[in-house]
Design a protein around this ligand. Structure first.
Ligand SMILES: Nc1ncnc2c1ncn2[C@@H]1O[C@H](COP(=O)(O)OP(=O)(O)OP(=O)(O)O)[C@@H](O)[C@H]1O
Ligand SMILES: [Zn+2]
Length: 706
């Protein structure tokens, strides 16, 4: 996405980490510490006694200059001079050097000794030997010398400095100046004032229902009294639910932009830190800041990072920190009134994993679902993202949207940007349709591997494999018709791919599922039929088929032997309390049934391909020659598909879907699956509305192996 998109939303970029508090605090502390340490060193240097040796001491003692002898810490001897001695010139230089202020009152000399006892005996003998006016007593003191002081506190200071440094490193991103004082502060990026969100609803294409739902929130933020006057209650939070890249962040920003209020944006994972209690502190801080800026919006992306359900089976203490964070989020949400003007929007693509407490009334009691756009939605999104580009006359948003079934908004934005880059690389003055086509291929399948060397025999296998998929899909009633099949190697793993137009459908019956399985098996069956041997190329097909078969038996209760049971655990909480809620005998039966289903599908697929052997050959030969075939080519080569009238797709291309009923045509075809990317069989249940996560709309960006 170029930065010049109309909505300019690069949500990964956090413009203002503004609420980070007074970044300089810890710097001041550091500076203070340093000044203090230098001060101590300076002062101690002034008052340091001059060092002498034993011999000099004996001379001084003999001369009667020593006024006082002190044994300090049994390690050194400190000498004070007599007043008379202070006047002597021989000590003057010493004293002046030591005392810049000319203070000479209690000048000291010292010398180190090895053994205190020995020194005492020595001193006694020395004094006896010398005729002195009076015998000096030995004072014994234990003193905390300045050097000791520095040694001790310096070490501590060093530790403190080191600690600050470490916290800084660990805290990661954030404001300037480290984290030790801001670790419990929220990491939300705040958009207000100059940085204010400028995105409005017109930057959000499609998503009409969702916009209508959030419109109410906008109204409330603009004019709260209108609602509260009647005693009504505005929801405190709404959950935006949908697959990645569908514009959840964009919509949340648009709400802020429309209502012209500050926008706090952060991700659920921003709460998570290695220290216990930090997450909770950040939640509290976030709400404190938000209340100060009310009316405003808090947007929490990927709330599942903190909001995952507090499962029973947890090890004690296992996820305490996350639970604390979640609890404090719940408490904060309960703690402010609906009239406080703070509205929380959160985004997730796994609403089923969220803790049910989060979804209770008074919290995120509204779920706004944001789905992948249908063909009309995609047209509108293309229109938004095409606007800033310099386009050739042959670029048409409708055509592009027909070529991109299953794409989410983010992918469309990506296609537009790619196309611009490709055109620039080709030194063009404007972007043409060809650039877009190449960009779409690139987004779907990764880079075209022009120089990837495939032996002719391998290429033949790939061609027949893909042709097998295409033929089976064409002649089975419940399969999705093909859009495009290609044997141009792309990306890391894909040697070829086939792209289909799936029905937008939420409930599947057994026949439909079996047909889909047959289509996935078409590749391998064709290989076996044509070459008499099979290759590893069917890996991803088989993976999908196996998953489908297991879901038929264990999740959807569609197998007559096992009956209407489902071992699906929607909450992922292992509610049965043991790993497998069925017996050994049952698991054997499951395995057998799965194998039977797949075997039957395989036999059926081979039969079909045998019947259509001629068509298979035609398609494969054409593929080898042209490498890419589109739906029209297929029609030309093997005739019209025997099933289905005009699809939504065809209607769209013919321009007849602009009628009032456009919205109702949705049941036909829209969206895509690529590489026989069959519906994941994670279909929402009918009655919970909160089914398994991967919605029915199959993902458009997967690429099958061969
Ligand atoms: N309906 C739309 N209209 C216009 N642009 C869109 C739309 N949906 C997505 N986009 C584009 O895709 C980009 C990414 O969308 P966004 O970040 O809002 O997705 P998301 O649903 O929040 O994704 P995720 O789940 O990964 O956080 C947007 O910045 C925008 O450019
Ligand atoms: Zn395949």
């Amino acid at each position: 996405m170029s930065d010049k998109t109309p909505n300019g939303t690069n949500k990964r970029k956090k413009p203002t980490p503004s609420p980070t508090p007074r970044p300089g605090v810890q710097l001041w502390v550091l500076a203070g510490l340093l000044v203090f340490m230098f001060g101590v060193m300076f002062v101690s240097n002034i008052n340091q006694p001059a060092k002498i040796n034993q011999q000099k001491f004996e001379q001084m003692l003999a001369a009667g200059d020593v006024g006082k002898i002190t044994l300090v810490n049994e390690k050194e001897v400190d000498l004070s001079l007599t007043p008379a001695a202070l006047a002597k010139s021989q000590y003057a230089t010493e004293l002046v050097r030591k005392s810049p202020f000319g203070v000479s009152g209690d000048a000291h000399f010292y010398f180190p000794i090895v053994d205190a006892k020995l020194f005492q005996e020595n001193l006694d003998q020395l004094q006896k030997a010398t005729p002195l006016p009076q015998r000096l007593a030995l004072n014994i003191e234990s003193r905390e010398g300045l050097s000791d002081f520095i040694g001790k506190w310096g070490l501590l200071a060093l530790l403190v400095v080191g600690f600050i440094f470490m916290m800084k490193r660990m805290g990661g991103a954030g404001g300037p100046g480290g984290q030790i004082f801001s670790i419990g502060k929220s990491r939300a990026a705040l958009f207000e004032g100059g940085d204010k969100v400028k995105i409005t609803f017109k930057d959000v294409a499609g998503l009409e229902e969702a916009k209508e739902e959030v419109q109410e929130i906008v109204e409330f933020l603009k004019n709260p009294s209108k609602f509260t006057v009647l005693g009504g209650k505005i929801p405190k939070g709404a959950l935006l639910v949908g697959p990645p890249g569908t514009g959840k962040t964009l919509l949340a920003k648009a709400v802020a932009g429309e209502a012209d209020v500050p926008f706090f944006s952060l991700s659920g994972s921003d709460f998570v830190e290695m220290f216990v209690g930090v997450g909770a502190a950040r939640v509290r801080d976030l709400f404190k800041q938000a209340k100060a800026k009310a009316p405003c919006i808090i947007f929490i992306d990927e709330i599942d990072a903190v909001g995952r359900s507090r499962s029973k089976g947890n090890m004690p203490g296992g996820n305490d920190e996350r639970e604390n964070t979640l609890n404090s989020l719940l408490v904060e949400m309960d703690g402010f009134g609906t009239d406080s003007g703070v509205i929380i929007l959160a985004a997730t693509n796994r609403p089923d994993t969220l803790d049910s407490a989060l979804l209770r009334p008074g919290r995120f009691d509204r779920q706004i679902s944001i789905d992948k756009p249908d063909i009309n939605g995609r047209t509108q999104i293309f229109q938004v993202h095409l606007k800033p580009l310099t386009l050739g006359p042959d670029v048409d948003a409708r055509k592009l949207s027909a070529q991109t079934p299953g794409f989410a908004g983010a992918e469309i934005a990506n296609v537009c940007n790619e196309a611009a880059l490709i055109a620039a690389r080709r030194d063009k003055k404007f972007i043409t349709n060809q650039d877009f086509t190449d960009a779409i291929d690139r987004v779907i399948g990764g880079l075209e591997k022009k120089n990837k060397i495939i032996s002719p025999s391998e290429k033949r296998i790939v061609a027949y494999h893909e042709a097998g998929h295409a033929i089976v899909g064409w002649f089975l009633e419940h399969c999705d018709p093909l859009v495009k099949v290609s044997i141009v190697p792309r990306g890391v793993a894909a040697l070829g791919y086939a792209q289909y137009l799936p029905k937008e459908q939420f409930l599947y019956n057994t026949e439909q599922l079996i047909d889909e399985m047959c289509m996935a098996l078409g590749g391998r069956a064709a290989e076996e039929l044509v070459f008499g041997k099979i290759s590893t190329g069917a890996l991803s097909d088989l993976e999908r088929i196996t998953k489908m078969a297991y879901s038929i038996v264990t999740m959807y209760g569609m197998n007559s032997k096992l009956g209407n049971v489902s071992y699906y655990d929607s909450k992922g909480q292992n509610e049965y309390g043991f790993s497998k809620p069925y017996s050994e005998a049952t698991s054997q039966m499951i395995d057998e049934e799965v194998r039977t289903i797949i075997e039957q599908a395989y036999v059926r697929t081979k039969e079909l391909l045998n019947e259509r052997r001629h068509e298979l050959e035609v398609i494969a030969k054409e593929l080898l020659e042209k490498e890419v075939l589109l739906q029209d080519d297929l029609e030309r080569l093997v005739g019209k598909r025997p099933y289905g009238g005009q699809t939504n797709y065809q209607a769209h291309m013919a321009g007849t879907d602009r009628s009032e009923t456009a919205g109702e045509l949705i049941n036909e075809h829209a969206g895509t699956t690529i590489g026989s990317d069959l519906p994941d069989l994670h279909l929402p249940g009918l009655d919970t509305g909160n089914g398994p996560s991967e919605a029915a709309a199959p993902s458009g960006s997967a690429v099958a192996g061969v």
